[in-house]
Design a protein around this ligand. Structure first.
Ligand code: ADP
Ligand code: MG
Length: 439
């Protein structure tokens, strides 16, 4: 099948202009953040199959919403699971990687797959499962790129990294001179997968209830090995960081503290203000020289680790290669210290402990917190050991300040997006500062 951009026929353009956004957006995203304004305009279109078109729609503010469309008759509507748009995208992968009229299809793998179903979990984008083999994730709002996932997944594929759901393909679109935008991503579907905010909390609960450190140590070590194999697969992108980059990292961290102070209120603000001087001192001391940087995940925490179990065997995989949503696109693809991912993951084990305080108030924090430290230490030890000959990739001096910067960002995230998360940074900040050194 050819990769043919229709350039949007006049009939299609007119039908889209007449349509309501409500008929074009994923039902789960028809309200809330990032809603389009004004009428939809079709700026590009790609034939998927008979009666199915991928439309790149713009709103009056110039934002880009990719929409799989059913075009039968004189009206258009968003394709639903069962209409075949996700299957058709997988069919396109059979023809290999190619470019046409601004669309760029990358094909790593495919197998024929029919039968679509939607998933109704909380999601930012719209994911459709095809034949229980693949997930097609249609981007809800396609920001100007470059999106980090296509190039990162390509590098991981090239180096045989297997610790992720297998990537099948990516569809991007660009209107020069602007950078490519991610329209859809196709990945292997992992049935029965749970993310770490479920499985890590469970394991820590088991450890805290029994007093046995083993479950906490085991999960920490498994994740440490996984993250080390991920960084080893990316080692080909490593280079020395410049002093200017180091200085920007430090001033960026201080700016994250300022922003957190500016957007928080109430108890969160009090906690921050009370620890401001100490936090600022650690960030100001962040080393800026002699650091290796490489392509990284950029938004690593236990929630990005999926776990599946078959009998006594647990398998862990990394997901969500969207990078850090709070940094601009050009920075999301820039090489970073491995310590950024390491600090994010290590700190998240502490946050798992804090989540457990909230969910199980009967468990003694004096038991839970040390167990969280066991998981965190096991993560760091296993990471270092598995990094082996590439231990030079980890600049240990950066782990603590980058964890602190992450906590500052979590204050901001809670204040601007998710108030019910605020208890986590509020407890994490004093806890982190109270622990000197790396451990
Ligand atoms: P979004 O960007 O829309 O939030 P995510 O990629 O974060 O989508 O996925 C949403 C949820 O779907 C995740 O929390 C995870 O539980 C599940 N998930 C993601 N990728 C897969 C996969 N390949 N197989 C099975 N489940 C997955
Ligand atoms: Mg996600």
């Amino acid at each position: 099948m050819s990769l043919r951009a229709t350039g949007a026929s006049p009939a299609l353009t007119a039908a889209i202009a007449r349509a309501d956004w409500a008929a074009l957006l994923p039902p789960l995203r028809a309200h809330g953040d990032e809603q389009p304004v004004g009428r939809p305009t079709c700026v590009a279109a790609l034939d998927l199959a008979d009666g199915l078109v991928l439309g790149v729609l713009e709103d009056r503010a110039g934002r880009t919403y990719p929409v799989p469309l059913v075009t039968a008759g004189s009206e258009v509507r968003r394709a639903r699971a069962g209409d075949g748009a996700a299957e058709a995208l997988i069919d396109l992968l059979a023809g290999g990687s190619r470019e046409r009229d601004g669309f760029e299809l990358t094909a790593w793998y495919h197998r024929p797959a029919t039968g679509e179903r939607s998933i109704d979990v909380d999601q930012t984008n719209e994911s459709v499962i095809v034949a229980e083999h693949a997930v097609v994730k249609w981007t809800f709002l396609a920001d100007e790129g470059p999106h980090p996932a296509p190039s990162l997944l390509a590098e991981l594929e090239r180096n045989g990294f297997t610790g992720m759901p297998r990537p099948w393909g990516a569809l991007q679109w660009r209107s020069p001179p602007s950078s490519p935008r991610l329209i859809a991503l196709v990945t292997e579907y992992v049935p029965g997968a749970e993310d770490g905010w479920t499985w890590a909390v469970e394991e820590l609960r088991t450890a805290a209830q029994s007093g046995e450190e083993e479950p906490a140590r085991r999960v920490g070590a498994s994740v440490g090995e996984l993250v080390a194999s991920f960084h080893r697969a990316l080692a080909g992108t490593a280079r020395p960081s410049t002093t200017a980059e180091g200085a920007a990292r430090r001033s960026g961290a201080l700016a994250d503290l300022d922003r957190a102070l500016a957007v928080t209120s109430g108890r969160a603000h009090e906690v921050l203000a009370c620890h401001e001087a100490e936090t600022r001192a650690v960030l100001r001391d962040m080393p800026i020289d002699d650091t290796e940087v490489l392509r990284v995940h950029g938004d690593l925490h236990v929630g990005q680790v999926l776990r599946t179990r078959a009998g006594a065997t647990s398998t862990y995989t990394l997901t969500d290669f969207d990078g850090n949503p709070v940094v601009p696109p050009q920075e999301r693809i820039r090489e970073q210290p491995a310590a950024l991912d390491v600090a994010g993951m290590a700190q998240s084990f502490r946050h798992v402990g804090l989540v457990l305080h909230k969910h199980d108030p009967d468990l003694d924090p004096a038991v839970v917190d040390p167990m969280a430290e066991v998981a965190r230490s096991a993560f760091l030890d296993a990471y270092r050991q598995a990094l082996a000959s590439r231990l030079d990739l980890l600049d240990e001096r950066l782990v603590r300040p980058l964890a602190l910067r992450q906590v500052c960002r979590e204050f901001t995230y809670a204040a601007t997006h998710l108030p019910r998360w605020s208890y986590v940074p509020e407890a994490a900040l004093p806890m982190l500062l109270a622990r000197g050194g790396l451990r």
